[in-house]
Each structure stands twice: as structure tokens, then as C-alpha cells.
Design a protein around this ligand. Structure first.
Ligand SMILES: [Zn+2]
Length: 408
């Protein structure tokens, strides 16, 4: 087996730590931000640019690659990394999030805020449900062509083995903050039973495909905003063993109320073993990254930096701003004066303003390079700050300057 995790240094008095994950395709110094290449591509960037901006690994989506081009193609190509010419470590998520979020039309309720809907029934009635969850798996309609498909824990494992990422995730049921407590309990039990099936199938496939690089399997912890459920999920999955194997690490998933994100991560981190890595799924805002790291999360992924870049929302140490705004038409300074990325080293706000207004494709490329470089570096600096024993000073200095609203 060529997968390991080592804690190098802790944040004194906190659950956070700096460490190193080793995979068959190289190491990841943690904490680390992992850019998302949904369909084996970070939109508008060549892999060389992703590597140059400092990314240590990439995360792709099993659901999207299952539908297009199909996992058999990636398997035949020699796996995700070879297929897209990316030599560093890779992750895939299980497909559960996309199957249920795209399929069930949950998009509006996964916004991490508690709104007016407050029951499973209201959610089901509010939209046509395109995904149906039962104890064996999920039946869903493709968002591409409307064809019906079915994902089960076994199918998710098979698809992720064919895609061949270094780190893969167990198939879990996604709930939202709007589901009832009773539903959360039922769902958590379903996810626990699915986790056992994932371990069994992962073990079988690992033996069957023993000529392939080792893939580490992370269990996914749900439980929404409930402390007892979150702790139970962490205890259940960290002590779980089936077919003689246990999880190599853990994904913290599901509905997370942003206001209590740090607390939710701390509940689970305090139940989890310290010698296995923890990935916080779908989190990328600076304040959330600091809260995640401080409370024991090691890696993060999020589509926000690249998605926002394509809408001209770019990051700076003072916060996000819209570079296509008239304010920047003749601003010949870089996007962020302290950023050393390719974009900030070579181009001005005025040039990006022009590219966005002229609808040039290069606008997305340059803005995406910067936003990803900014986010990757932010978390890399947390790693360094933990080693230097000044994480809290770094966090307080950064957040004192950074505005979460979009500046003009
Ligand atoms: Zn930059």
C-alpha cells in the first residue's frame, strides 16, 4: 500500500494540524486546497497552468465522468491523471452529492441557510423530484439527456475504481438542513450501511485490480447540524471494519450551517483518529477555510474560486471585487498587489476589465488562475503558519482585512 498520512505539527490547544498525505502520485502537504476539475478539466485552464499556480492535487466528479465520457474510457486511458495529463494526486467524490443535488432539484436548498422550508414533504412537493433514494441506492435522471440511471454503493465504487483517482469517497446520502430530524436519523443509518457495502466492494475491486495504483477510500460523515448525529457518524465510520479493511480517511459532507461550520467540524474531529486525514467537502470561502483548518480538517475542495472567476468576481486580500466594473477601466495595478501568480505578474485590472467586457475567453483563464492561486496559497500559508506556531495571528490578520461581501 502506498498511502499514508503523518501529522507534522498541531495547533496548540486546537484540533487543527499540519501534515503530509502520501499517495502513489506524490505527496500533499496539508492543510491544502484542492481545485475542482469536474469533468477531468478545470474550466479554461491547461493542466500545466493548474500545476504552475501551486495546486498539489485535483478533485473530479464521479457523477459527471460516469455520464460523460463514461468510466470505461478513463480506465482504458490509464486513469484520470493519465487521461488529462495531470501527474500529481487526484481525488474523486462518490457521485452521491451530484446524483442527489442535480437529480432531486435540491439546488436552491443546498445554499447552507435555513429558510422557510422545514420538512421533507415541503421539499418534495416544491419541485419535481428527479432522484429517488431507497435503501439499496439512488435512481436518478441524467441532467444531460434525461435518461434514467441508478447509483448504488457498489456502482459508485466500480466507477471510482475505473476512474482511478488516488483518493475516493464512499457513497453517501445527501440531506439538507431542511430535512426533518427523523429523516436525518434514517438517512444517517442508510449512509452507515452503505459505508459497509463500500468497504466490501472496495476490498473486492482492489484485489481484482491489484495491478493498479492503490486507491485510498474515505468514509463520508453526515448528520447535518445535529451534534449527536455528527459525533455518531464519526464514531461509527472510524471504528468500522469490513472484509478486513477500514477507511483510510474521512470526508466531512452534507449540509453545514455556515455559522456553526467550525463547531460541526470540531465535533467530528474530536471523535476521529488523529492519524487519518479529513477532507471537508465543498468548502472554499476564506473564513470557512480558517474555521475548517483550526478545527481539524486537512484538505478542502470547492468550485467557488473558479466559478466566481468566470463571472469576473476576483479575490484580493481586501475581499472579492468585480473586475468588470467601470471602476477598473484604467486601473493598471495587478488584481492583488501581493499575489505572484501568472496573471498578477503579467496583467493589470484594466486589461482584465477589457477582456471581460469584450467577452474574450482569456478573461476566464486569467481570472481563474488568479482565484485558484489565491485560495491555494491562502491554505498553503496556513500550513506554514502552523509549522511556525503562529496560525491564530495569521488568521486574525487575514480576516481583519478580508471582506466577505463583493466590493465594487
Ligand atoms: Zn494573482
Amino acid at each position: 500500500m502506498s498511502f499514508s498520512f503523518e501529522v507534522v505539527k498541531d495547533i496548540p490547544g486546537q484540533l487543527g494540524r499540519a501534515g503530509v498525505i502520501a499517495t502513489p502520485h506524490g505527496q500533499i502537504a496539508t492543510p491544502a486546497f484542492i481545485p475542482v476539475g469536474t469533468k477531468a478539466s478545470v474550466r479554461s485552464l491547461a493542466p500545466e497552468a493548474i500545476s504552475d499556480l501551486g495546486a498539489q492535487a485535483l478533485l473530479a466528479n464521479a457523477y459527471h465522468l460516469y455520464l460523460q465520457p463514461g468510466p470505461e474510457t478513463l480506465d482504458q486511458a490509464g486513469g484520470l491523471g493519465k487521461f488529462m495529463n495531470w501527474s500529481k494526486p487526484t481525488f474523486t467524490d462518490s457521485g452521491g452529492f451530484q446524483v442527489m443535488s442535480l437529480g432531486a432539484g435540491f439546488k436552491k436548498v443546498i445554499d447552507m441557510s435555513l429558510g422557510s422550508l422545514d420538512s421533507d414533504e415541503a421539499m418534495a412537493e416544491s419541485k419535481e423530484r428527479l432522484a429517488h433514494v431507497d435503501d439499496a441506492g439512488v435512481t436518478f435522471k441524467s441532467h444531460l439527456d434525461g435518461a434514467m440511471h441508478r447509483f448504488t454503493p457498489e456502482i459508485s465504487m466500480k466507477v471510482q475504481h475505473q476512474i482511478g483517482a488516488d483518493i475516493i469517497f464512499a457513497f453517501d446520502e445527501l440531506t439538507t438542513l431542511h430535512n426533518t430530524r427523523k429523516y436525518q436519523e434514517q438517512s444517517l443509518e442508510r449512509t452507515r450501511l452503505w459505508a459497509i457495502r463500500c468497504l466490501d466492494e472496495h476490498k473486492r475491486l482492489t484485489e481484482l485490480r491489484s495491478d493498479k495504483p492503490y486507491q485510498a477510500l474515505f468514509g463520508v460523515l453526515q448528520g447535518a447540524q445535529y451534534e449527536d448525529l455528527r459525533r455518531k457518524a464519526a464514531k461509527d465510520l472510524s471504528t468500522m471494519s469490513s472484509s478486513g479493511i477500514s477507511f483510510d480517511g474521512f470526508g466531512i459532507g452534507g449540509a453545514l450551517d455556515k455559522a456553526s461550520l467550525g463547531q460541526i467540524v470540531s465535533w467530528m474531529s474530536s471523535e476521529l483518529p488523529t492519524n487519518k486525514p479529513r477532507h471537508l467537502l465543498g468548502i472554499g470561502e476564506p473564513a470557512d477555510l480558517f474555521a475548517g483548518v483550526e478545527n481539524g480538517a486537512d484538505t478542502f475542495d470547492c468550485v467557488a474560486p473558479s466559478r466566481e472567476a468566470r463571472t469576473s468576481a476576483v479575490y484580493s486580500q481586501n475581499g472579492r471585487f468585480n473586475v468588470s466594473s467601470a471602476t477598473y477601466k484604467r486601473d493598471f495595478s495587478p488584481l492583488d498587489k501581493d499575489c505572484k501568480c501568472y496573471t498578477c505578474s503579467n496583467f493589470t485590472r484594466a486589461y482584465l476589465n477589457h477582456l471581460f467586457r469584450a467577452k474574450e475567453m482569456l478573461a476566464s483563464t486569467l481570472a481563474t488562475i488568479h482565484n485558484l492561486a489565491f485560495t491555494v496559497r491562502l491554505v498553503d500559508r496556513m500550513h506554514q503558519a502552523i509549522l511556525d506556531a503562529n496560525f491564530l495571528e495569521y488568521k486574525n490578520d487575514f480576516l481583519a482585512k478580508y471582506q466577505t461581501r463583493i466590493l465594487d
